[in-house]
Design a protein around this ligand. Structure first.
Ligand SMILES: [Mn+2]
Length: 488
């Protein structure tokens, strides 16, 4: 008996060592990461200031069903907190308090046995202190009466409110109430608040300054972030590979989207970083085509697939364009290789010091020249076959925060030139319906770049070779639902 008791004791110690909740993955960003981010923010704050961050609102989908909750990326970056109805304050200087000075404070939704049984576990103020390491932490219902004299700060930095937050009548300290209470505390000039209108508006409110501070912080990735981005990118590349192997004429755009998403989730990615764009034929010309409704993709079409897994908050952004039947036609190949050449030209100059504009220019020059050589565009005429930019940061947002001037070491970016030739374009109809985008993810390194999405086949040859490989989905044949009958 004693032996067993000892074993249980040992198991208990091991379980506690791995955190009290073994239902959670253990590769999230650590509390030390978020703490260090708050310290970096504090360094960048102006003298005698406070920065205030609110949680994202809960969004209603319909009736009593909400959209899956997604934290505001700035608040997540600074805390790791993934629940709604919270506000974080980061102070430049130590604030005096009778029970100890503090330079940050957070108010979060309280524990609630009944709510947690319906809607999931909450950290509560205690969990935020012990698991996220943020102190002091209070219940959000304490925010209204918590005494902070905001008039003493030279600057109160916050993102201005969009007035699109629902007030939950049964909860007097939800996000809507936290915002309302904050506005009263800082004497926010709110046209709906008639009492305050009589006073001149305070001069220490700053709704602009945080933008560039957070851009500077989030634009340069730490090693912890890079490893999560690497993972998201790798998962997304594998999803593209599996589709290349599995795709057959006759499948639907939705089915292709589903294969990508199965692979994402197989590798524990929580979600897509943005709705997958899966457009066959002419649909590829719609830049943000997310309907994915085409019931049958046909033999001679290209299919453009722009997607990214979101892994522990960080998202990839990878586009591959492939021939549905496994072989590029002559015209498809000519356009494809032109886009590839443009991407290669941009990659050649991808290094610290290069401007975002010159990356775009490098792709634009190649595409303009190539379109004329192919007879698709006419010399001296403006065309609309390449209507978008080609480079953005990736991270907690797919179009991530960051400075958009010159590339710096440890920026994570995309390079994504494209050519789109919709029906009725002023060129030979043989080009109509060809839409190609090639998008890869890169880490800017000291000497140049690391091609993060190198795993995803990108050349005509590599794509056609990959598409010849057998797919595990070849064996996954489901019955025709119209022909399945229930047997008693
Ligand atoms: Mn992109």
């Amino acid at each position: 008996m004693m032996k067993y008791r000892f074993l249980f004791l040992l198991l208990g110690i091991i379980a506690r060592a791995f955190g009290q909740d073994s239902d959670l993955p253990n590769d999230f960003l650590k509390d030390t990461f978020h703490k260090q981010r708050r310290e970096k923010l504090r360094e960048k704050l102006p003298a005698n200031s406070v920065a205030v961050f609110f949680a994202n609102p809960v969004r209603n989908r319909a009736n009593d069903v909400d959209f899956i909750y997604h934290q505001d990326p700035d608040l997540f970056y600074l805390t790791g907190y993934r629940e709604p109805h919270a506000v974080l304050l980061v102070f430049k200087d130590m604030q005096p308090a009778s029970n100890g000075n503090y330079n940050e404070i957070i108010f979060v939704q309280p524990r609630n046995v009944r709510a947690e049984m319906w809607n999931g576990r909450r950290l509560g103020d205690n969990g935020v202190r012990t698991q996220l390491g943020i102190s002091p932490a209070f219940n959000n219902r304490d925010f209204a009466r918590y005494g902070i004299d905001f008039s003493k700060f030279d600057k109160i930095l916050f993102f201005d409110f969009k007035n699109d937050v629902r007030d939950v009548a049964s909860d007097s300290s939800d996000l809507s109430d936290l915002i309302r209470q904050f506005k009263i505390k800082i004497k926010y000039p709110d046209s709906r608040n008639l009492v305050l209108q009589k006073e001149p508006p305070p001069t220490n409110l700053d709704t602009q300054g945080l933008e560039s501070i957070m851009d500077q912080l989030r634009g340069i990735k730490t090693q912890e972030e890079i490893s999560l981005i690497r993972k998201a990118v790798k998962i997304s590349c594998q999803a593209q590979i599996e589709v290349m192997k599995a795709i057959r004429p006759g499948m639907s755009e939705r089915e292709i989207e589903g294969i990508h998403q199965y692979v994402f989730k197989k590798y524990q990615a929580e979600d897509m970083g943005y709705p997958s764009i899966v457009g066959a034929g002419h649909n590829g010309c719609i830049l943000h085509y997310i309907d994915n409704y085409k019931p049958q993709i046909t033999n001679k079409e290209l299919i453009l697939m722009d997607l990214g897994a979101e892994f522990h908050g960080y998202t990839a952004d990878i586009t591959r364009t492939i021939p549905v039947n496994g072989k590029f036609s002559e015209e498809q190949k000519l356009v494809y290789e032109l886009v590839l050449k443009a991407q290669e030209a941009a990659m050649k100059i991808c290094k610290p010091g290069t401007s975002f504009t010159s990356i775009y220019q490098a792709t634009k020059e190649i595409i303009d020249k190539g379109l004329i050589e192919l007879g698709i565009a006419k010399p001296g005429e403006r065309h609309n076959y390449y209507p978008h930019g080609c480079c953005h940061h990736i991270g907690l947002d797919v179009h991530d925060r960051g400075p958009y001037e010159v590339l710096e070491e440890n920026m994570a970016i995309t390079i994504e030139p494209g050519i789109y030739i919709p029906e009725n374009s002023p060129c030979d109809p043989k080009w109509w319906g060809i839409a190609v985008r090639i998008e890869d993810d890169f880490l800017v390194t000291r000497g140049g770049f690391e091609h993060l999405s190198v795993l995803g086949p990108r050349t005509v040859k590599d794509i056609e070779e990959t598409m010849k490989l057998p797919s595990p989905l070849d064996a996954f044949v489901l019955p025709d639902l119209d022909k399945t009958e229930k047997k008693d």
